[in-house]
Design a binder for this molecule. Structure first.
Ligand SMILES: C[S@@+](CC[C@H](N)C(=O)[O-])C[C@H]1O[C@@H](n2cnc3c(N)ncnc32)[C@H](O)[C@@H]1O
Length: 423
């Protein structure tokens, strides 16, 4: 009996801490419905909005699932609700449109994929600018809830705009008729929220996120491979001497560290992943020239990689990750027992002028020198590099503990952390 009580208490604590996290991340003006009064006001809004007596429309207003989902809303200055949306985790109670779900969803459920449904979206006409904001809220909350993909039932003529911006794909063309007077046919789409979302980030106005685009890294790839400075060598050879087992390199670029890892007898395999196709193509050429059989190179976003690794490394990439907290959480889940994560990223002491002199010293006469420098100036201009202390706070918050921390390389301009997961 005590065991059951403890379990229920633990569950309740988890729910509370998830809710706290959601509340702390909500943008101003967006609320999470937490009381019966708030839910009832939202149900009333749905009723007033559709004013239709069809049975399915009645079910739309109040399907009894609001209290098991996360219902968000915004209000005008008079306190009237102007927009609302609901995120519902796939559970034993299923989705509201469960009977219409295509076989593909049942199959994906069997593989352990976690779904949530974005539904009951209603925005009063004069508030249409709220749409990206509500989607952004749902997207962020879905990440907090460890959801892989969001399912949305929508009118078919809304599909192409969603496809363009969120790269959704259709799972079913036939999900019945819409709730409004038009009675348009509805379709079911899947929004893969772990895929890169450049256009969506831009639309949702995520300020820093779209400073670093895939395309920019593609353009930089030739110069990244071409020029490799002595300060980079120091970092790569230091990290490579400490790795062991199966190694994952996140944001590997053109895989410059790969040749150093290849020489370490304790390394069993190297997997480099990068979101940029250009970077991975050149890294693959380098791998072939090194004849490194145990190396794999994959075009992927960090959040999409699966598997367990003994060592995870990431050099000079963290500062441009779109969603650092999400990536750190995901990395934690990929470390094998006793696994180590080496994180190296520029800090606020990064001295552009002094480092430039070193690059010129090392690579004067190199045909790509000027391009290399101008790309790096551009990056340093756009980036906001955290202090060593700030970085430590960020990784601790994500559940890592520090084995070692220093800033000995790059003339003190990079923070180097050796991390393990906290117990
Ligand atoms: C400056 S390069 C560093 C490459 C290499 N690690 C090094 O030390 O030279 C940063 C790389 O991180 C990659 N990157 C940024 N965010 C990423 C993400 N979320 N998932 C995968 N790669 C990412 C970029 O495409 C880029 O190639």
């Amino acid at each position: 009996m005590t065991q059951v009580t403890n379990m229920l208490q633990a569950q309740e604590n988890t729910i509370k801490s998830v809710e706290e996290k959601i509340l702390s991340q909500l943008p101003s003006g967006i609320h999470l419905a937490q009381t019966q009064e708030e839910i009832q006001a939202i149900i009333n809004l749905r009723k007033n909005f559709y004013q239709d007596d069809r049975d399915e429309v009645k079910a739309f207003h109040d399907d009894g699932l609001d209290t098991s989902g996360y219902v968000f809303y915004s209000m005008d200055s008079n306190g009237s609700i102007t927009a609302t949306v609901r995120l519902l985790l796939d559970s034993q109670r299923g989705f509201p449109e469960e009977e219409f779900l295509p076989e593909s969803v049942h199959q994906m459920r069997k593989t352990g994929k976690v779904f949530a449904e974005l539904g009951r979206l209603l925005i009063l006409e004069h508030q249409s600018t709220q749409l990206p904001l509500l989607y952004k809220v749902v997207y962020d909350v879905a990440h907090i809830l460890n959801v892989d993909a969001i399912l949305i039932v929508m009118k078919k003529n809304n599909y192409s705009s969603h496809q363009k911006i969120m790269e959704v794909k259709i799972l079913s063309e036939e999900m019945g008729l819409s709730w409004d007077k038009e009675k348009a046919t509805l379709c079911l789409v899947e929004w893969d929220i772990k895929a890169p979302q450049d256009k969506f980030y831009k639309l949702a106005n995520r300020s820093i996120d779209h400073k670093f685009r895939k395309k920019m890294w593609d353009q930089y790839s030739t110069y990244h491979l071409g020029v490799c400075t002595s300060v980079q060598h120091e970092v790569y050879s230091d990290i490579a001497s400490k790795v062991k087992g199966h190694i994952l390199d996140l944001g590997c670029g053109t895989g410059r560290i790969m040749g150093f890892i290849q020489e370490n007898p304790h390394s069993l395999s190297y997997t480099g992943i990068d979101v940029s196709k250009g970077m991975i193509e050149l890294a693959t050429e380098l791998k072939d020239r090194l004849a490194y059989k145990q190396a794999n190179l994959i075009i992927s976003n960090i959040e999409k990689i699966e598997g367990k690794y003994d060592t995870i490394v990431s050099t000079l990439s963290y500062y441009c990750w779109h969603n650092k907290e999400l990536c750190l959480n995901h990395i934690k889940g990929m470390l094998s027992e006793n696994g180590i994560f080496f994180l190296v990223t520029p800090n606020n002491e990064f001295d552009k002028e002094k480092l430039t002199r070193l690059v010129i010293r090392d690579s004067f006469g190199h045909p790509y020198l000027d391009k290399f420098l101008s790309f790096n100036f551009d990056i340093a201009e756009k980036a906001k590099y955290p202090t060593l202390d700030e970085l430590i706070k960020q990784v601790r918050k994500a559940g890592f503990s520090i084995i070692s921390a220093h800033s000995n390389f790059f003339l003190g301009g990079v923070s180097c952390l050796e991390l393990k997961t906290s117990l």
